[in-house]
Design a protein around this ligand. Sequence first.
Ligand code: PEP
Ligand code: MG
Length: 571
Amino acid sequence: MGEILRGIGAVSGIGIAKAMVLSNDLTGHLAKYNAGTPDIESGKIEEAIKAASAELAHLKKAAKEAGQESQADIMDAHYAMVNDPGLIANMHGKIEQETAAPQAALAAAEEFASLFDSMPDPYLKERAADVRDVGRRLARLLLGTGHIDYGAEPIVLCAEEIEPSVAASMPEGQVFGIILGQGSITSHTVIIAKARGIPVVAGLGNALSSITDGTTLIVDGSAGQVLVEPTAEQVAEYQRKADAEAVERRLDSELAALAAVTLDGSKIQLAANVGSPSDMPMAVRQGAEGVGLFRSEFLFLGREVPPSEEEQFTAYKAVVEQCGRHLCVIRTMDIGGDKPLHYLNIQKEENPFLGWRAIRISLERPDLFITQLKAILRAGSFGKVAIMLPMIISATEITAARKCVEQAAAELAREGKTFASNVPVGIMVETPAAAVMAQQLAVECDFFSIGTNDLVQYTLAVDRGNPAVSSLYSHFHPAVLKLIENVIKAGHEYGIWVGMCGEMAGDPLAAPLLSAMGIDELSMSAPSIPRVKGVIRKLKNGQAREMLNQALIMKDAKAIRSLMAEYISRQ
Ligand code: PEP
Ligand code: MG
């Protein structure tokens, strides 16, 4: 009987093949690199950018031809990153300070990536890996170490981490599984593997070091485990399981085209959280009905000056158009807190999450706010758009923001530009103040969207990014559930729709509770949509209500989570 390694099941499914170990350590190559003068190194960077762009364009075309849309989108996003003027200028800047070209590519990408690292949304956080990958692609080209020989036999790829660019060029039909030391379930490598139906187990840590080339492995992505040198009986048993799962996967992919309705016919709109137009194709493919949260602040990050009205308009229009007949909710910039911006001169704050952030900045910087509102109103004439205000704590802020919307519209009219009038204005309910005062705030706005990421941290006094207290952070805490129930009730009392765009919206275990409370919309990272939809489609309203009643009298988050996990497993 072989050894069993346990990790995180990142892509379900079973793969049986021999191991091929990949190393992505560039240290040796970097040490041997002979740097020229800054001029020579700058020239080499320009060549590498051209070569990387050509590779990415080729990979995108090949993926499109193979019908692998999500992989094509990722290559497209990498193409944009490798040609990003900010990143390129940063690389040249480093070379001028006598850094060799490969190191300059890695260091500039690292700086850019660390901005994404600080993002709270795990899906967006993973974009850091993409930027690092772009840096490594350039470094590899500069070091001449680009080619991987996969041989001709079926393989399970084993690596500490696999860059999306490597994943994108994996030979078709030859990789039966992937196992990773690090890596999380939302990395682009995992997304590519998922699109290709390759099972992945991540987070194996040091256990990976026991595996060498040629070791037979069974990758069980559903159970999050890897069997090393399995017996013949185990291989036969897992082969049977693999056949059964293949049938189930086919049924899953059919879900994207179906509506999120409970067995009693109650419908919940499932929308996507996006950070840029390049997130849209994947959202559409996962069956998103519009965008419930466009985190517009990403347009403001990683640059020296704020984006112009025109630049913002182009990005908003692209997303609005891809939403088709569905609504695109654009959140006005949520800068500050964990998303600092050096060109705004935000002073160092003792408690940035309680400081100068989001709507507080917008109302004090009408120059930035009105520019953004003008871009949103103009994009509104290309589809259905709504404005969402972050971090609201009082009705006064909504009134002041509405005045700015009026001013933006008046300026556009004076300038003779086309724009949408009567654009709905809603708020994120993400502070306890807004949740408690929901009745009073509902009168002032057109919709609510509950931001549980912040609502949980402010309600429980638990920093959302501090691992030391992460066990206390839970959207199943009864205090949070009670606030959410109050917000939904208040919204409906005053005739406005109530959605949710924090991470709770994408948690399948929370869906029955939110459905029973009457939530109208759930907006989440696109990859979460099918699972949440699967749960909703098996839901009976009466049973969901019963779960909610039980949950609301329970005393702690863990018990409520277990109750829901048990219910879903019986569904
Ligand atoms: C939230 O707080 O739940 C939210 C969606 O906003 P962000 O995660 O960007 O703070
Ligand atoms: Mg928030």
